[in-house]
Design a protein around this ligand. Structure first.
Ligand code: G1P
Length: 316
């Protein structure tokens, strides 16, 4: 069912405690951890802005003020840079505030991702919207959100981004059962399960942190009981939408919320994970090797460093 309502809003939950990065996250929000010199949250907001989503609602909480500071102007710093004639520095400092109109709502208690999304209901209203999680971001050269928005427009309902992983990784993610459509990179999602027990996953396709949600998700979330980890899960609410659409289609009389079904976009591009230490380090190294202002000095050093770490016998 095609839907002409344009998606203009992005919801970015930033209320997580960041326990995987303690002790730094005691005082610094994990979203502010830098990829070299740019906080991960800026890369996520840039992704939304590049897809035309220039109304960004952050679902925030206590001790996350650094994020608001970052997306605000800093006139003192701007004046100092202007006095030095540092135009490049000025551009860098002003850029975050110019990316999008950023709004904030607080999630008072850590009741889960589904609850964080529900906190966005009043701001979003009765419009489809995107959800971008801050633990990963997608390479600008592989515009995933654009494709997801296209699928939403053509097919209605909700859309999740999917990636295939090794079977032993599936239980760290939301996972889906899928069936093909007439497009190679689009599937119908027939079931979803949040962090399945090893061996119980319906496939090796996992949900990465990009969603387009039909606004009917809000009324479903409001009635979704706590699931995995005792938290209200977005995955469980999407499951309700996927299953009720399937039930309606089978004509078995089960009428669910009228929100359309759930489709998946199979993503095979470059995604950077910053949600755990090893992947975060991989991301830093990849970015350093890709940046023209850093790579010429950094890459030869990295090569030499790695060579120097080889056991003497294997170095030639
Ligand atoms: C969340 C979602 C999960 C999804 C993951 C992607 O989990 O609940 O379904 O696969 O993000 O990063 P979290 O990483 O917050 O535990």
């Amino acid at each position: 069912m095609a839907d002409s309502r344009a998606v203009t809003k992005a919801v970015v939950p930033v209320a997580g405690l960041g326990t995987r990065f303690l002790p730094i996250t005691k005082a610094v929000p994990k979203e502010m951890l830098p990829v070299i010199d740019t906080p991960t949250i800026q890369l996520v907001v840039e992704e939304a802005a590049m897809a035309g989503l220039r109304d960004v609602l952050m679902v925030t909480t206590r001790r996350k003020n650094a994020i608001e500071e970052y997306f605000d102007r800093n006139e003192e710093l701007e004046d100092a840079l202007a006095a030095k004639g540092d135009e490049a520095g000025l551009d860098e400092v002003r850029a975050p505030a110019g990316l999008a109109q950023i709004h904030y709502v607080r999630q008072g208690s850590p009741l889960g991702l589904g609850h964080a999304v529900l906190c966005a209901a009043a701001h979003v209203g009765n419009e489809p919207f995107a959800v971008l999680l801050g633990d990963d971001f997608i390479d600008k050269r592989d515009p995933l959100l654009d494709r997801m928005l296209q699928v939403r427009q053509q097919r209605g309902g909700s859309v999740v981004a999917l990636m295939e992983v090794e079977p032993d990784q599936v239980s760290a993610y939301g996972c889906v059962a899928i069936k093909p459509t007439d497009e190679d990179d689009v599937v119908t999602v027939t079931d979803l399960v949040e962090k399945p027990e090893p061996g119980q996953a319906p496939s090796n396709w996992i949900i990465i942190g990009r969603y387009i949600c039909d606004p009917s998700i809000f009324s479903v979330l409001a009635h979704t009981p706590p699931g995995r980890g005792g938290e209200i899960q977005l995955t469980d609410a999407l499951r309700t939408l996927a299953i009720s659409d399937r039930a309606d289609a089978s004509g078995d009389g089960v009428v669910g919320p009228d929100g359309g079904g759930v489709h998946g976009v199979l993503f095979r591009g470059r995604r950077y994970d910053t949600g755990n230490k090893i992947d975060y380090l991989r991301t830093l190294i990849q970015f350093a090797c890709d940046r023209p202002d850093i790579a010429p000095e950094f890459v030869p050093w990295l090569r030499e460093y790695l060579d120097s770490m080889l056991p003497a016998s294997s170095a030639s």
